[in-house]
Design a protein around this ligand. Structure first.
Ligand code: DX5
Ligand code: ZN
Length: 225
């Protein structure tokens, strides 16, 4: 299955004092999905935003909202994020001890379910869970902060996972890549099999519109080659 490549600005790099304006800018510039990073100060050192903010931004856009839960005990909050307006929810394999139950819970709310893996968490976690997922999020940095450098060995991981999914008739399961994605490496990431491409500092630093346009062009050019 040839997935359409989607670009997901990470709101972590947006201006929190004027979220509405930044969200409207994302939509006007052609973003496909908004990526929202939820951090609890336990699973990752940072603390960010919760369901109240998702609910507050929901009316500001018609774009789907992707909630990346970097929190312990994710089951406790899934229904809150679904009610707040999430369209995609991912939980980290490292936090979900009953992953099958957690993915079923996400799906029961009508939201697309994903499992996220830290950079050196074995891919087999996602492989075992893949048939219960709509997407798999591969971290290409250690989660917790924006603006970190892409870990180069990551591309092979995405390729291996894509091959596994395609071989096992799980072509419909999408790969999302998150961390250190810039205009310069987006095409290689798409080429490796990812179809949901998250970028925070890579899009919000400098001219957002030009960055997203250049990223889209680079990805399209890579696909034509
Ligand atoms: C990191 C977050 C990312 C982050 C990406 O833990 O999951 O979504 O915002 O930011 P950049 O693209 O700047 O690495
Ligand atoms: Zn994220």
């Amino acid at each position: 299955m040839n997935h359409e490549i989607k670009i997901l600005p990470s709101l972590l790099s947006s201006n929190f004092a004027n979220l509405e304006a930044d969200i409207k800018m994302c939509q006007a510039a052609g973003a496909d999905i908004l990526h929202v990073d939820v951090m609890d100060g336990h699973f990752v050192p940072n603390i960010t935003i919760g369901p109240l903010i998702v609910e507050a931004i929901r009316p500001a856009t018609s774009l789907p909202i992707d909630c990346h839960l970097m929190i312990e005990e994710p089951d406790r909050y899934i229904e809150d994020f679904a009610r707040a307006g999430a369209d995609y929810i991912s939980v980290h394999a490292e936090t979900a001890s009953h992953l099958h139950r957690t993915l079923s819970l996400i799906k029961s709310t009508g939201v697309r379910a994903g499992v996220a893996l830290n950079p050196v968490t074995p891919l087999s976690f996602a492989m075992e869970a893949a048939e219960y997922c709509d997407f798999i999020l591969l971290m290409s940095v250690n989660p917790g902060f924006g603006g970190q450098s892409f870990i180069p060995s990551f591309l092979q991981r995405a390729e291996d996972l894509r091959e596994f999914l395609d071989f096992n008739e799980l072509e419909h399961v999408e790969i999302e890549v998150d961390g250190g994605v810039k205009v310069e490496n987006a095409a290689a990431i798409a080429e490796a099999g990812a179809s949901m491409i998250v970028s925070g500092s890579g899009l919000f630093s400098g001219d957002f519109e030009a960055n997203i346009r250049d990223m889209r062009r680079a990805i399209d050019a890579g696909r034509i080659e």
